[in-house]
Design a protein around this ligand. Structure first.
Ligand code: P6P
Length: 337
C-alpha cells in the first residue's frame, strides 16, 4: 500500500482494515485482535504517563514467575491486556510473563494463541525510563471444538501470525507486523488515536552502533568477547570504534536499533547461562519485526525464529539488528574471525 509521505492521517483501525483486504480469505479476526490490543495499549499508556500522580509507581509487593519484583503498573498492564484478549472471543489461550501457567479462555474455540510481556523493562518505571508491551500471536493447530493444548503454544517464531510492541516513551508508539512488512503508529492523545507514522520500516543493513550490558562481559562466550573487542578498535575505514547505546529496556533498545540500525546483544552470562530474554514473548516477536524490516535475529547458532520451544517461559541468547552487523558477529561466534 503506497502512502504519500504528505498525508499520513490514517488511524490504526483504518490501516488494519485496509491491510486485511490484502489477505485473501481474511476473516477480520486478526484485524479485530490487533484493534483490541491497540485499545489496551491506549489504556496502559494513559496510566504509564501519569503513574507518578496516581500512585501506580513502586513495588506491588509480589514476585513474578521468575522471582522478579512486580511493579504496580506491571499488574495494571497485565490486567488490561488479559481482559482485552478475553473480550475478543477469538483468543483461546494466552501466556503472560506475569503468569506461571498458560491461561485457557472459556471461548476455547478461539483461533489465536497470544503471548505477551505486559510491561517489559518495568525495572525502569520508577526512574521514568521508557518501557514497553510486547505481543506475539499464533494460530492454534489443535481442533477448535476442543480445549487448546500446550503444543498450540510451543510453535517456532516463524509460525507467528503477527507480532508487535508498544513503546511508552516520549510518545507512545505501536509497531507491528503480520508478515508483509513493519508499520508504526504514534498515539495522538488529543484524539486518542494511533496515527500511521511509517508503513514500511526498513532497518539499515549496517550501522556502527551496538547495544549490550558491558557489565556482564566476564561471562560472555569467547566469540562475543572477540567481536566486542573488534568493534571497539580504531579503524575509520570500517566506522570503528562503534558507539554503545544501552537503555536496559528491550523495547527501547530494539526500537532504536530498528530505526537507526546496529546490533542488540543479550548473550549468555554467569547469572543467565541460557540467556536472560524470554524466547516466546521477547526474542521471537522482536526478532520477527527485525527480520520483517530486513534485519536478522539469531541465538548464536541459527535464526532464533527457527528454535522449537520446549517450555513457554524458556530463555534464549539473542543477537539481532542490521543484517551485516549480525552476520559479522556470527563469523566471530563460528571462529571464522
Ligand atoms: P540487564 C528488562 O528487565 C529486560 O527484561 C529487558 O527489557 C532488557 O533488555 C533486559 O532485561 C536488561 O537486562 O541484565 O541488562 O539489566
Amino acid at each position: 500500500m503506497a502512502q504519500s509521505k504528505k498525508n499520513y492521517l490514517i488511524t490504526l483501525e483504518e490501516y488494519i482494515i485496509r491491510s486485511q483486504n490484502r489477505f485473501n480469505g481474511a476473516t477480520g479476526e486478526l484485524s479485530q485482535l490487533l484493534r483490541d490490543i491497540g485499545l489496551a495499549a491506549k489504556i496502559v499508556s494513559r496510566e504509564v504517563n501519569k503513574a507518578g500522580i496516581t500512585n501506580l509507581l513502586g513495588q506491588y509487593g509480589s514476585q513474578n514467575v521468575h522471582g522478579e519484583s512486580v511493579k504496580k503498573l506491571d499488574v495494571f498492564a497485565d490486567d488490561q491486556i488479559k481482559s482485552a484478549l478475553a473480550r475478543s472471543g477469538i483468543v483461546s489461550m494466552m501466556i503472560s510473563e506475569e503468569s506461571n501457567e498458560l491461561i485457557r479462555l472459556e471461548s476455547s474455540s478461539g483461533k489465536y494463541i497470544v503471548f505477551f510481556d505486559p510491561l517489559d523493562g518495568s525495572s525502569n518505571i520508577d526512574v521514568n525510563v521508557s518501557v514497553g508491551t510486547i505481543f506475539s500471536i499464533y494460530r492454534r493447530k489443535s481442533p477448535r471444538n476442543k480445549s487448546p493444548k500446550e503444543s498450540d503454544a510451543l510453535q517456532p517464531g516463524d509460525s507467528q501470525a503477527a507480532a508487535g510492541y508498544v513503546l511508552y516513551g516520549s510518545s507512545t508508539m505501536l509497531v507491528y507486523t503480520t508478515g508483509i512488512g513493519v508499520s508504526s503508529f504514534t498515539l495522538d492523545p488529543s484524539i486518542g488515536e494511533f496515527m500511521l507514522s511509517d508503513d514500511d520500516i526498513r532497518i539499515p543493513e549496517l550501522h556502527p552502533q551496538y547495544s549490550i550490558n558491558e557489565g556482564n562481559a566476564s561471562g560472555w562466550p569467547e566469540g562475543v568477547r572477540a567481536y566486542i573487542d573488534h568493534i571497539k578498535k580504531v579503524d575509520a575505514g570500517t566506522m570503528r570504534p562503534y558507539s554503545l547505546r544501552y537503555i536496559g529496556s528491550m523495547v527501547s533498545d530494539l526500537h532504536r536499533t530498528l530505526l537507526l540500525g546496529g546490533i542488540f546483544l543479550y548473550p549468555p552470562n554467569v547469572s543467565n547461562p541460557k540467556g536472560k530474554l524470554r524466547l516466546m514473548y521477547e526474542c521471537n516477536p522482536m526478532g520477527y519485526i527485525i527480520e520483517q524490516a530486513g534485519g536478522l535475529a539469531v541465538d548464536g547458532k541459527g535464526r532464533v525464529l527457527e528454535v522449537v520451544p520446549e517450555s513457554i517461559h524458556q530463555t534464549a541468547p539473542v543477537y539481532m539488528g542490521s543484517r551485516k552487523n549480525v552476520e559479522e558477529l556470527m563469523e566471530f561466534l563460528n571462529g571464522k574471525k
